[in-house]
Design a protein around this ligand. Structure first.
Ligand SMILES: *Cc1c(COP(=O)(O)O)cnc(C)c1O
Length: 368
């Protein structure tokens, strides 16, 4: 059996007719940028999450960058951000001439640890970026309280957490801004780069909308300088076709994740992911912690199972952050996780037989 890490084709075949008709509409109207599909998607996505507004952007990284800029992050400011994440959550801070201040994560949930945040708050701290990593809700209610207490902004990086929820509230609606990516592999994926910011702060939404379009809302109305970061109409049309299926696809991921965890439970060399109580984990990635991780990965690969490591290095240990002079021991949990984590194949259309096969291979590896 071959188990690819993801499979876009099944979803494409399933949506083909709808996609073809929506795309040919876009081609006929020829409004390739700022077409009606973009506004429609913004409304639909904001409505789905229960957010006041949605502003689409060129990608998820720009959603973070534009939010930081709109919240006036600049030279000398510090922003607290997880030591274990994709680099976007810290490189965008640097892009504002500010300093990313890393905080370690919780080893069970992989998300930023509020107790570690407290230790990193300084008079220069301007805000916090919480990442709902792998689809797991970060402790966003506690972080929200910290932000209130210390007068900090909260940005949620929701690139991996479409429809993730804490209690009855969706990720992305707890902070000043929730930043989403629609990169093709994400739980809601476009056919190219795309992203958005959701916020219930009307003034902030308008500022981000301006910043994403050269500082202008209407043509030539440049109140400030911005950049060019818009979701194009083709991507909006693809996302509109996919959006109604997102809840079903999410439930499918959750069902397959439960099966994985059930089948992996007897293997004591593997720690399956936990789900924080009273939250919805949307399993963008199903990530285990494994003994002899690299050997296990090679063994799975030799038996047709594709896995990926998200991420092989804690951010502060990357050459890109050498200038901050951190040591691996400064972030013991993140540095440990970088050696243990392994993402197993997971996509909504994956079969239970495939999940079972992956788990059998893992069990046979540790019996060797
Ligand atoms: C994918 C991702 C991003 C960036 O999104 P792009 O659309 O690729 O720019 C940001 N943060 C996290 C956690 C991601 O996984």
């Amino acid at each position: 059996m071959r188990v690819p890490f993801v499979n876009f084709r099944i979803q494409y075949e399933y949506l083909r007719k709808d996609l073809e008709s929506r795309l040919s509409d876009v081609f006929e109207k020829m409004q390739f940028v700022r077409g009606p599909e973009v506004a429609l998607f913004q409304n639909e996505f904001a409505k789905l999450l229960g957010a006041g507004a949605c502003v689409t952007t060129g990608n998820g990284t720009d959603a973070l960058l534009l939010s930081l800029k709109a919240l006036t992050v600049s030279t000398g400011d510090e922003v607290i951000t997880p030591a274990f994440s994709w680099i976007s959550s810290s490189e965008t801070v640097t892009a504002c001439n500010a300093v990313p201040v890393f905080a370690d994560v919780n080893p069970e949930t992989f998300t930023i640890d509020p107790d570690q945040i407290i230790q990193k708050i300084s008079p220069r701290t301007k805000g916090i970026i919480a990442v709902h990593l792998y689809g797991q809700a970060a402790r966003v209610r506690d972080i929200q309280a910290l932000c209130k207490q210390h007068n900090l902004f909260l940005i949620e990086d929701c690139a991996q957490s479409h429809l993730t929820a804490d209690g009855d509230q969706y990720a992305g609606t707890f902070g000043n801004a929730g930043c989403f990516s629609f990169y093709p592999t994400k739980n809601l994926g476009a056919y190219g780069d795309a992203g958005c910011v959701v916020t219930s702060d009307r003034t902030l939404a308008e500022k981000i909308r301006r910043l994403a379009n050269h500082g202008a809302l209407l043509k030539d109305d440049h109140e400030l300088e911005g950049l060019n970061s818009r979701m194009d109409t083709i991507q909006a049309a693809v996302l509109l076709a996919k959006l109604p299926h997102l809840p079903t696809w999410t439930r499918s991921r959750q069902r397959l994740a439960r099966l994985y965890s059930e089948l992996l439970a007897p293997i004591d060399k593997v720690i399956p992911p936990v789900v924080r109580p009273n939250t919805q984990h949307t399993f963008h990635l199903y990530v285990i912690r494994a003994e002899r991780r690299n050997e296990l990965q090679a063994y799975l690969y030799s038996r047709g199972v594709e896995t990926i490591i998200h991420y092989p290095s804690a951010l502060p240990n990357l050459p890109a952050y050498g200038y901050l002079h951190h040591k691996p021991n400064d972030f013991p949990v993140s540095s440990m996780l970088a050696k243990q984590v392994l993402s197993l194949p997971l996509y909504p259309e994956m079969t239970e037989d495939q999940v079972t096969y992956v788990c059998e291979i893992i069990a046979s590896f540790y019996k060797k």
